[in-house]
Design a protein. Structure first.
Ligand SMILES: *Cc1c(COP(=O)(O)O)cnc(C)c1O
Length: 393
């Protein structure tokens, strides 16, 4: 009988020879690893021996990237999760249970608000939404059952800055932990654990990967709370894929160049927009006119991030004209942190579910445009903006 191809060469692909160490990290897509014998398998699965056995529990590309995230945030531990939302969900599942109370910022990313206010209520967790830039109001809603306080370092789209040190003190006074979503800052701008936060979450989908080709999140925290994190990641199946981790490791390699370039550009963009008559207000924590400027100077690395939001005085009609006029230079992409400059229109994307009153209370109008400033030369970006602004009337 004719032999099939698999009969002729049944042995698995040989591993890379131990004498030759690849300089670029290898991609290891394997979902499973071979065990020597039953004893070895048991030791691996019980974590008594280090090594990989099943990719949902860990793989080399995930560990390489998690180690970078851990170091960038000065954390004891870090783990990769399939998405930024997955990272937040991991903390909900690991840390909270029925009967617990959660306090969250009223300016969280909309999908995070859905997760932490609506989804958690199905599990018997009570959530209070508060303006966490008002420390007295925040202190007033924290109580003995409060398990966690959740804020973002820089909020969307008005770029308010959370006072992490003060919020950590308030949370710790009732034995709650402080979780900070740092996605709008990245560790190049802020390292929340150094200011007293207990947990940091990043959506690497945004600034940290920076190339719009991956969805990925990470959780950073401390060793004494880590067992539950690993258990939840594996049991709920939230772990990240090796290919995404490999791509994000490559993206992250240039964060130290991208972040200052984009940050310097954002500063110039904010100053320019502030000088333009078509613009009613510019929101950028690096501007002296921003309500959190002093806090941002204290808490940030000297950079203020790469997001700039501005309100066109002509409202929705002006926003529509501006967006259409710059479409081929500054694409309308409802994400952020990419190497090229993009824009979003909060009222029709991230904040579309909010009532007119809620939008007004937050200070968002239909003329509000959010820029994610890229690493192009500043002259180019200013010229694009100018070409759009002359079209708004
Ligand atoms: C995008 C984003 C998330 C969610 O991240 P995904 O990777 O899209 O799941 C969470 N928080 C903030 C602040 C974000 O901008």
């Amino acid at each position: 009988m004719a032999k099939r191809v698999v009969d002729i060469c049944p042995e698995p692909v040989r591993p890379i020879s131990p004498e030759s160490i690849p300089h670029a990290p290898a991609i290891c897509l394997s979902s499973v690893y071979q065990c020597d014998d039953p004893q070895h398998a048991r030791a691996l699965l019980l974590d008594e021996q280090s090594g990989y056995v099943y990719a949902r529990n860990g793989h080399p590309n995930g560990d390489m990237l998690a180690d970078k995230c851990r170091q960038l945030h000065g954390a004891e531990r870090a783990a990769m999760v399939a998405t930024g939302m997955g990272a937040l969900a991991t903390l909900v599942l690991a840390e909270l249970a029925a009967g617990d109370h959660l306090v969250i910022s009223n300016q969280l990313y909309g999908v995070t608000l859905d997760l932490l206010a609506s989804e958690t209520s199905r599990w018997g967790i009570e959530t209070t939404v508060v303006d966490t830039t008002d420390l007295a109001a925040t202190e007033a809603v924290l109580r003995a059952e409060t398990k966690m306080l959740v804020v973002e370092t820089i909020t969307n789209p008005l770029l308010r800055v959370s006072d992490i040190r003060q919020l950590a003190d308030l949370a710790h006074a009732v034995d709650a932990s402080l979780l900070v979503d740092n996605s709008f800052a990245s560790p190049a701008v802020c390292r929340p654990l150094e200011w007293g936060a207990d947990w940091v979450v990043e959506s690497l989908t945004k600034i940290m990967n920076g190339h719009s080709d991956v969805t990925l999140g990470c959780v950073c925290g401390s060793t004494n709370r880590w067992e539950r994190i690993e258990y939840v990641l594996s049991r709920w199946g939230l772990s990240a894929s090796p290919m995404d981790c490999w791509l994000a490791l490559r993206g992250l390699a240039t964060l130290a160049l991208r972040a200052p370039q984009a940050g310097d550009n954002a500063r110039q963009v904010a100053a320019y927009l502030e000088s333009r008559p078509e613009v009613a207000q510019v929101h950028f924590p690096g501007l002296a006119s921003h309500s959190d400027h002093a806090l941002a100077q204290r808490q940030f690395s000297g950079q203020f991030g790469s997001m700039v939001t501005f309100d066109l005085s002509g409202g929705l009609a002006a926003a529509e004209r501006f967006i259409r006029a710059v479409r081929s230079q500054i694409p309308f992409c409802p994400s952020l942190g990419e190497v090229s400059t993009t824009l979003s229109h909060p009222v029709s994307t991230s904040h579309r579910g909010l009532s007119d009153e809620a939008l007004a209370a937050l200070g968002i109008s239909s003329g509000t445009i959010r820029l994610s400033v890229g690493i192009e030369s500043p002259e180019t970006i200013l010229a694009w903006l100018a070409s759009g602004l002359v079209k708004v009337h």
